[in-house]
Design a protein around this ligand. Sequence first.
Ligand code: CMP
Length: 142
Amino acid sequence: AIERTFSIIKPDAVAKNVIGEIYSRFEKSGLRIVAAKMVHLTQAQAEGFYAVHKERPFFKDLVSFMISGPVMMQVLEGENAIALNREIMGATNPKDAALGTIRADFASSIDENAVHGSDGQDTAKEEIAFFFSDNELCARTR
Ligand code: CMP
């Protein structure tokens, strides 16, 4: 089925100037960008977005990393978009990420791992709604 998923290009990848290369990976895999914005997240936004990880030992470092510089946020649409995006991102820890995946090629550690992608249908819906209003999601007209 055609799905939408939420994606973040994290501060490490924005700093490396590889937004375009990562967009190219999305496009080559068949994913379409249907919404996008560049934002320097506030602490409150980062804490809210990652609230599910609040009790995890890495939470503080995760939030400070995510506010260390601008991020590029996008909604990706396509057949099986949620799983497809996770496949092209590779494993959370770049050490475990398959050859040719975004994290294998651009991430340096489990903390600075270049991209985020929704892990399921419910989180995709929630995460898209956290940062985008309905009128910011563009339908294809041709
Ligand atoms: P992300 O998909 O953005 O979701 C939470 C982030 O926490 C994750 O990517 C990693 O960058 C980071 N993180 C740091 N340590 C861990 C860990 N042990 N397990 C999962 N995520 C971690």
